[in-house]
Design a protein around this ligand. Structure first.
Ligand code: AMP
Length: 289
C-alpha cells in the first residue's frame, strides 16, 4: 500500500498509471460502512485495478467548529484498516496541503443543497463539492463510491458530475447498520452510553413510517406522526428535521399521489452535540434495509 501526503506527487503518480482507479473518499475513523465501500471498489476494478482511499477531515464542510474539533482522527488505526482491506493507495493530506492560504474557487450547488442538511448547515455542500472535485482531480479516478446513507450528498455529487461533465462514474452503496439498526457513522463513537442506547429509535421511527406506507397509508401527516411519535419519546433527542421529500429533486412532499415515484423520509437530529442523519425510501416495492 502506498501512502501519500502530497497532492502533487499523488496526482503525477496516478496520471502515469494505466490501472483502472476507483476512489473511496472518506473523513477517516473507518468503520464497517467504509469498509463495505472499499470492498465494492475492489469488486469494481478487480485484482489488477487500483483501490484508492482518501482520509481527510475537510474543514470546509463543517459548519460547527465544535464538530470539526471533536471529529475522531485515528489515522494509524485507519491506515492499518486500509492495509488489511488491501487498499492500493491512501491519501492523508493536511488542510494546508489541500487548501492554499488564499484559495478562492468554490464549487456551489444551488438547488438540491437548499433543503434538508443544506438548510441546517450553511456552506456544507459547497465544502463537499469543492473537496470531492479536488479529490477527483488529484486521484484521476475513473469511478468513485459513495454511501447511500448521505443521500443528499450523493444526489448533489451526481448533479455536479452531470453539470460539469466530470469523467467519473458514481457508484452508490447501501447503508451498513449496527445489529440494532443504527446506521454506522464515525460520529457514533462520540455518543454517551445513554445516547447510544436510545439512538436505534431513529431507524425504528423511519421503518415504522415505511411499513405503514407499504400497507397503503398515503396521508403525509399520518406517516410523519407515526415516525414523530417514536422520535419524540426520547428524553435526549433534539430533532433538526424530519422531512418527506421527492427522491429526484429533494423538494418537500405535501401530498402523495400513487403515480408519483419514490419518496424519501429523511431525518437529522442531535444527541448532545453529536448530529446523526438517516433516511428511508418509500416506494411501493421498497425492500431496502
Ligand atoms: P464519511 O467518512 O462520513 O465522510 O463517509 C465516507 C463515505 O462513506 C461516504 O460516501 C458515506 O456516505 C459513506 N458511509 C458512511 N457511513 C456509511 C454507512 N453506515 N454505510 C455505508 N456507507 C457509509
Amino acid at each position: 500500500m502506498q501512502i501519500f501526503y502530497e497532492a502533487k506527487l499523488l496526482q503525477q503518480t496516478m496520471m502515469n498509471s494505466a490501472q483502472e482507479i476507483c476512489l473511496v473518499p472518506t473523513m477517516g475513523a473507518l468503520h464497517d460502512g467504509h469498509l463495505a465501500l472499499i470492498h465494492e471498489a475492489r469488486r469494481m476494478v478487480g485484482e489488477n485495478g487500483c483501490v484508492a482511499v482518501s482520509l481527510f477531515v475537510n474543514p470546509m464542510q463543517f459548519d460547527r467548529k465544535e464538530d470539526l474539533d471533536h471529529y475522531p482522527r485515528p489515522v494509524e488505526k485507519d491506515l492499518e484498516a486500509c492495509q488489511n482491506a488491501k487498499v492500493d493507495v491512501v491519501f492523508v493530506p493536511t488542510p494546508d496541503e489541500m487548501y492554499a492560504k488564499n484559495h478562492s474557487i468554490v464549487i456551489a450547488e444551488n438547488a438540491l443543497s437548499q433543503a434538508l442538511c443544506g438548510a441546517s448547515r450553511p456552506g456544507h455542500f459547497a465544502g463537499v463539492c469543492t473537496v470531492v472535485m479536488k479529490l477527483f482531480q488529484i486521484f484521476q479516478c475513473h469511478s468513485a463510491i459513495f454511501g447511500e446513507k448521505d443521500f443528499q450528498q450523493l444526489a448533489i455529487i451526481r448533479r455536479m458530475v452531470r453539470d460539469l461533465n466530470l469523467p467519473v462514474k458514481i457508484i452508490e452503496h447501501a447503508t451498513i447498520r449496527e445489529v440494532d439498526g443504527l446506521a454506522m457513522s464515525s460520529r457514533n463513537a462520540r455518543l454517551s452510553a445513554e445516547h447510544r442506547a436510545d439512538a436505534p429509535r431513529i431507524w425504528k421511527a423511519l421503518t415504522e413510517a415505511k411499513d405503514a406506507y407499504q400497507l397503503g397509508e398515503r396521508n403525509v401527516d399520518s406517516l410523519m406522526k407515526r415516525a414523530m411519535s417514536i422520535l419524540e419519546q426520547s428524553p435526549y433527542l433534539r430533532i433538526d428535521y424530519l422531512s418527506l421529500v421527492d427522491e429526484e429533486n429533494l423538494s418537500l412532499v405535501e401530498t402523495i399521489a400513487d403515480s408519483s415515484g419514490n419518496f424519501v423520509l429523511a431525518f437529522a437530529g442531535f444527541y448532545g452535540s453529536v448530529r446523526l442523519i438517516d433516511h428511508v425510501t418509500l416506494s411501493a416495492q421498497a425492500t431496502e434495509m
